[in-house]
Design a protein around this ligand. Structure first.
Ligand code: C2E
Ligand code: CA
Ligand code: CA
Length: 287
């Protein structure tokens, strides 16, 4: 029979696939297909923008949110942003992705529902690759104008890696956007190599303290370092968002350390636009 032919042709090897091999295999397949998955998602609107609320300690209300991109695939399920953003930066698809996110956010802001929420601005992540593009500022301002929204409603998050590369193009883009009313945040502060002099030279409104800071804030020496860093940033007239806050105790710690804004699972995970609207509406009622 066919079955016995097959088993004699391919003898049982006795090898069992280990979990790590299965995961490596899945990652290999995903890596091979990710460029096609991204192209397909862009063409067929399979990306969606989620929102994570940001709480103001002083005002006792949600004042903004960060837009975070999601990609759900039939075969792989939710693909982590770290995976598809990295791939898109290599392939160049990041420019189309960046345009998509900005369009979605501007569309949301231009709607009546958004006005009711009373949020000050939405934070949008910019990739290093986008920051090095000469036409970035004009491109962003054109979209803002297309939707007829106020540029003050947009805050762009950049990382220190972006500030490492071609400072001239970055500063040129920032200057143009800032004079139109757009503001900037420095994302992931405290990870990797932090150049304080450069940080001080950038026209930033907000600095976002990374989760790695938060997680170690109970260690005595790190607490002192954190305290000093926060005071220094405040002295430089910058506002501070602390990210990755998951417990009430952490909320207390960072409120006492004079952080302006708090973001993290404690309040909410990033959620779809409709859920986000409901979340803010309910928070306003119970306030
Ligand atoms: P990020 O900009 O540092 O975003 C914050 C990440 O922390 C998000 O992960 C968010 O879901 C997660 N997070 C928020 N609060 C908590 C918390 O309390 N605990 C923990 N454990 N995590 C928390 P996410 O959405 O997976 O995004 C990962 C990264 O992918 C982002 O890091 C950002 O660098 C990039 N990314 C996401 N969306 C975009 C986008 O639209 N454009 C670009 N260029 N990059 C994006
Ligand atoms: Ca961010
Ligand atoms: Ca971050």
């Amino acid at each position: 029979s066919f079955g016995s032919d097959l088993s004699s042709a391919v003898p049982y090897s006795g090898n069992v696939l280990k979990a790590s091999e299965v995961i490596a295999n899945r990652a290999f397949k995903l890596n091979n297909e990710i460029d096609n998955i991204i192209d397909d998602a862009l063409a067929n609107r399979k990306f969606s923008v989620y929102y994570q609320p940001i709480f103001s300690v002083e005002q006792g209300r949600f004042i903004s949110a960060e837009a975070l991109l999601r990609l759900k695939n039939e075969k792989f399920g939710f693909i982590p942003p770290d995976v598809f953003i990295t791939a898109a930066e290599k392939s160049g698809a990041i420019h189309r992705i960046g345009d998509y996110v900005l369009e979605e956010v501007c569309h949301f802001i231009s709607g009546d529902e958004f006005k009711e929420l009373g949020l000050d601005y939405i934070e949008i992540n910019l990739s290093v690759v986008q920051c090095m593009q000469r036409g970035l500022a004009d491109n962003i301002l054109a979209t803002i104008e297309k939707y007829g929204i106020s540029p003050e409603k947009i805050n762009l998050e950049i990382t220190e890696t972006a500030a490492n590369y071609s400072q001239n193009i970055l500063i040129e883009n920032m200057t143009k956007l800032i004079s139109a009313g757009v503001s900037f945040s420095l994302d992931d502060f405290g990870t990797g190599y932090s150049n304080m002099a450069r940080l001080a030279s950038l026209p930033l409104k907000i600095v976002k303290l990374d989760k790695t800071f938060v997680d170690n804030s109970n260690k005595p020496k790190l607490h002192i370092f954190l305290k000093g860093t926060i005071r220094m940033l405040k002295d430089m007239d910058m506002e501070i968002v602390v990210e990755g806050i998951e417990t009430e105790q952490m909320v207390e710690t960072f409120s006492n350390l004079n952080c302006d804004f708090i973001q993290g699972y404690y309040y909410s995970k990033p959620i779809p636009q409709n859920d986000f609207i409901k979340f803010i509406e309910e928070a306003k009622i119970s306030a």
